[in-house]
Design a protein around this ligand. Structure first.
Ligand SMILES: Cc1ncc(COP(=O)(O)O)c(C=O)c1O
Length: 397
């Protein structure tokens, strides 16, 4: 009987797949289900960006580009970083990838050998652990103190470092917690990163979605770790372009060159047409970002207010991204029709089956006791979903 490689047989499908199949069944049965699971803006891609893609097709820009992406797009990324982050990078250091997910994966593969340790603060985005596994590396999670808005401290980072530590993955604003590291928190983390000589992969895909007085600070602001820094970003979230699959990784030339070679033998270039669309996103009118931000901001206020008004639920105000990550552990041990709820997975299955609302269990993000709600959907849908969550929680005794 032919078997799979060890590498592939160890990969887990997303832990939310079981819930997805219940969701699909309920929909097939014609049940009214509201889903707050999506990790993508509900807005359409702006018209001028779509038009650039149509123009690219009509102009015949439909062939291979260099594996690392078209020069004009890599130059645009450098310009954008100079404007937004006041840092200078050369196009040679920029690799255009098939979405930010692909960029993170390339970064992990480029710097990690089997047996290396990768530090991952919890809660974390679901794909990081699998990417670390694919590289043969070992994930070392760091759990934040509960009162620190689910952020880790420099002391915790220092304590997790061993001679085998190769990489830290940092994601601010965070999926799933919405936490944003402040400048002073980053100052302290960077000291440890610098001293230890680790690589740090900073996934900054939610940089444009930051609320209230929270400030997005890129790790690019720290010249002392420049040679250790792999920056990941893309157009998926900021420009509502999830389906176009354009992201990038920016880093030291040695890393960028290696990723370029790898891409030349694996995916080759990301879609030429999408590259033209991304170029338009970076070079064109960006008023869309502010419009989308205003909508997210209203929704965030609403979701947070509703969640914190529910008995036993505690939710830090998300400072960025479009997720709320409330602590619902108060309900563990309570029952519905004689059936006890013991985990976030069971709570999500219960809410979906009996109250028609889909949210994601915290365990999928390495943090039990929480659920994740995406507010990348309309206020009307959010109201309906939160009514159902509230009714479901109140039905537990
Ligand atoms: C933290 C984080 N990084 C990366 C990605 C992937 O982005 P892309 O769609 O550009 O691959 C996501 C998408 O959900 C994300 O939440």
């Amino acid at each position: 009987m032919p078997t799979l490689s060890k590498r592939f047989s160890e990969i887990c499908e997303s832990p939310t797949m079981a819930l997805n199949s219940t969701l699909a069944r309920l929909k097939r049965e014609g049940k009214d289900v509201v889903a707050l699971g999506a990790g993508e803006p509900d807005f359409d891609t702006p018209a001028h960006i779509k038009a650039a893609a149509v123009a690219a097709i009509e102009a015949g820009f439909t062939k291979y580009t260099p594996a690392e992406g078209a020069m004009e797009l890599r130059e645009a990324v450098c310009r954008w970083m100079a404007e937004e982050l006041q840092v200078q990078y050369k196009p040679r250091q920029v690799i255009i990838t098939c979405g930010a997910k692909h960029a993170v994966y390339q970064g992990v593969l480029a710097v990690c050998d089997p047996g290396d340790e990768v530090i991952l603060p919890a809660p974390y985005w679901v794909s990081y652990p699998e990417m670390i596994k694919l590289a043969g590396a070992k994930m070392v999670t760091v759990n934040p103190q509960p009162d620190r808005q689910l952020k880790i401290t420099a002391e915790q980072l220092a304590a997790a470092i061993t001679p085998r530590t190769r990489l830290l993955i940092l994601n601010s604003p965070s999926n799933p917690s919405g936490a944003v590291y402040s400048r002073s928190e980053l100052d302290r983390l960077v000291k440890v990163i610098h001293q230890a000589g680790l690589y740090v992969l900073s996934d900054e895909i939610y940089d444009k979605i930051v609320f209230d007085d929270a400030e997005f600070v890129s790790l690019a602001a720290y010249p002392e770790i420049r040679e250790q820094l792999l920056l990941v970003n893309g157009v998926s979230k900021s420009f509502a372009m999830t389906g176009w699959r354009i992201g990038w990784i920016v880093g030291p030339e040695i890393v960028a060159d290696a990723i370029k070679s790898y891409m030349s033998h694996s995916t080759s270039n990301p879609t030429s047409i999408s590259q033209k669309a991304a170029l338009q996103a970076l070079n064109g009118d960006k008023s869309f970002i502010a419009e989308m931000h205003k909508a997210f901001s209203e929704r965030r206020d609403y979701v947070q207010k509703r969640l914190n008004a529910m008995p036993g639920v505690r939710c830090f105000p998300p400072q960025g991204a479009f997720y709320a990550f409330p602590d619902i552990s108060f309900y563990f041990g309570k029952q519905y029709k004689g059936q006890a709820i013991k985990t976030s997975m069971e709570l999500c299955a219960f809410l979906l089956e009996h109250f028609g609302v889909a949210v994601v269990p915290g365990s999928a993000f390495g943090m039990e006791g929480h659920i994740r709600l995406s507010f990348a959907t309309s206020l009307a849908v959010l109201e309906k979903a939160l009514d159902r969550i509230e009714a479901g929680l109140l039905a537990l005794e």
